[in-house]
Design a protein around this ligand. Structure first.
Ligand code: NAD
Length: 495
């Protein structure tokens, strides 16, 4: 049972979100600037949160350091209980939390369901980590000595998260960190301070987490984010966001020997070989390009299609894209919600316009109304055009032709990123041969690129990041081995 009774109102859109969560207290900071949080669909003010400062981050780290040892010394049973309770509350208040995802981040119903459901599963899975921190007993080359290797929490985990799938991408780091006996300082994205941060604080508070184990500081990346990454008391910096910011964050972490766990950008290819089942390849292409308006690190960014299927694939993809319902994410029928803000929208439109200027053909889309960008399909695209060589992070499907499997591999790999990919072929062996040559951390045969499961490794190669999330992989990153030897008999030394 949760320690604090809740009827769910505290998770609602109308709740008060104007406070930081430090050392178990909701700290109102009237002297601080506020950050407006806008509903991207209506452009109305949803709420305001404190613009946390470097000093607030310092307070959060102080609380996290003070709380960590006692938390690490609780039984695995107790840590698992708290994390399981948080998962149960997340499940219980699905309706409230999904509405928040719609209002704060423009998540359409399919994203709300996948994000919320995925988050519940991740937190449940993380609860098991408390019992999975196994050490080992090693023999020794010294007579009478015993070697014991213990698996311990790293200490304090700083988490910095993005706005695109905010609840899931924050909680996938927070829950495993807590379950393994670490304490946490969480800095959510400025666009999504509630679903990426304050809601998570409320869930764990209601689940009975001791004061100081989780601290949430809302605020700008350049101040609160920078201090979170640079703070000397952090032992791991779990960052999800752009490669550009990730590079800075990683350097800051390394400066004080914190482990950087970096999940960064992508430019993910969807490869359709000449013997592919076209229906399946198009279905996968529609979902992989347009789910969450393409604002996903593992979205399909480029469709690489064999020249023999090219025209038909493009025609079908464009037809399907043009039919996708655009609207308020709170409407059940909506598939395409708004882009998060104007600068993201402008960048997407700019990529599309430049790609057309460079010689591509706009098959459908290209327009926008407020922050709603039409699903867009471009043909006659080459790998060096703007929408293909950049991570466009929008509902844009550039289609690039190829003539041999070797050329498909070459095109797929011609990017600095290496996050996710997919390959379609009726011959699974052939698809596997192509898939194995594409340099990505996550590859899917006869599917699309947007796949996440709690127990398999998530992460990228090349400039898409360092380390792996989920399951045993995040368990390793958030814990470390320490060696204790016990000399059971008097030892003879050479002098
Ligand atoms: P972003 O890099 O702009 O911001 C991410 C976070 O970093 C935010 O909380 C931001 O406030 C903070 N930040 C900004 N400047 C900072 C600084 N100087 N120091 C410390 N923190 C700072 O990314 P975004 O626009 O929020 O998200 C989109 C990007 O995230 C895309 O590139 C996308 O591919 C990537 N992403 C990657 C994954 C993954 O798992 N690989 C998942 C989702 C998103």
């Amino acid at each position: 049972m949760p320690e604090h009774e809740t009827d769910g109102r505290e998770f609602s859109v109308d709740a008060d979100w104007d406070a930081l969560f430090i050392d178990g207290e909701w700290r109102e900071v009237p002297d601080r600037d506020r950050m407006d949080v806008e509903n991207p669909a209506t452009r109305e003010l949803f709420t305001q949160v404190p613009a946390g400062t470097a000093a607030d981050v310092d307070d959060a780290y102080e609380a996290a350091v003070d709380a960590q040892e006692d938390w690490a010394n609780t039984t695995p049973d107790e840590r698992a209980r708290v994390v399981r309770t948080a998962a149960q509350l997340l499940d219980d208040y699905e309706e409230e939390i999904c509405e928040l995802l719609a209002v704060e981040s423009g998540g359409a119903p399919s994203r709300q369901a996948i994000e919320h459901g995925g988050a519940v599963t991740f937190v449940h899975d993380a609860a098991s980590f408390a019992f999975r921190m196994s050490g080992r007993h090693n023999q020794s080359k010294i007579p009478g000595k015993e070697n014991i290797v213990r698996r311990e929490p790293k200490g304090v985990v700083g988490v910095i998260s993005p706005w695109n799938v905010p609840l899931k991408l924050s909680i996938r780091a927070v829950a495993p960190a807590i379950a393994t006996g670490n304490s946490v300082v969480l800095k959510p994205a400025g666009e999504t301070p509630v679903t990426g941060g304050l809601v998570i604080a409320k869930l764990f508070e209601a689940a009975g987490l001791p004061d100081g184990v989780l601290n949430v500081v809302t605020g700008p990346g350049s101040t609160a984010g920078d201090r979170t990454a640079a703070h000397p008391d952090s032992d791991v910096i779990a960052f999800t966001g752009s490669t550009e910011v990730g590079r800075l964050v990683g350097q800051n972490a390394i400066d004080h020997f914190a482990l950087p766990a970096l999940e960064l950008g992508g430019n993910n290819p969807h490869v359709v070989l000449e013997d592919a089942d076209l229906d399946q390849a198009v279905d996968a292409g529609v979902f992989g390009s347009f789910w969450n308006q393409g604002q996903v690190c593992i979205s399909i960014n480029r469709h690489l299609v064999h020249e023999s299927l090219y025209d038909e694939y493009a025609e079908r993809l464009a037809e399907r894209a043009a039919e996708l319902p655009i609207g308020d994410p709170r409407d059940d029928d909506t598939v395409i919600g708004p882009i998060i803000n104007e600068s993201q929208r402008d960048e997407i439109i700019d990529y599309v316009e430049r790609t057309v200027e460079e010689g591509a053909t706009l098959e459908t889309g290209g327009g926008h109304d407020g922050l709603f960008v039409e699903p867009t399909v471009l043909t006659g695209v080459t790998n060096d055009m703007a929408a293909a060589c950049n991570e466009h992070f929008g509902p844009v499907a550039p289609i690039i032709p190829f003539s041999t499997d070797e050329e498909a591999v070459e095109l797929a790999n011609a990017t600095e990123y290496g996050l996710a990919g997919s390959v379609h072929s009726a011959d699974r062996g052939r698809a596997r041969d192509v898939a194995d040559q594409i340099e990505v951390g996550m590859m899917h045969v006869n599917d699309q690129t947007v796949n996440v499961e709690p127990h398999v490794p998530f992460g990228g190669k090349k400039d898409s990041g360092m380390g792996r999330y989920n399951g045993d992989w995040i368990l390793q990153e958030f814990t470390e081995d320490s060696w204790t030897s016990i000399q059971r008999e008097p030892r003879s030394y050479p002098f």
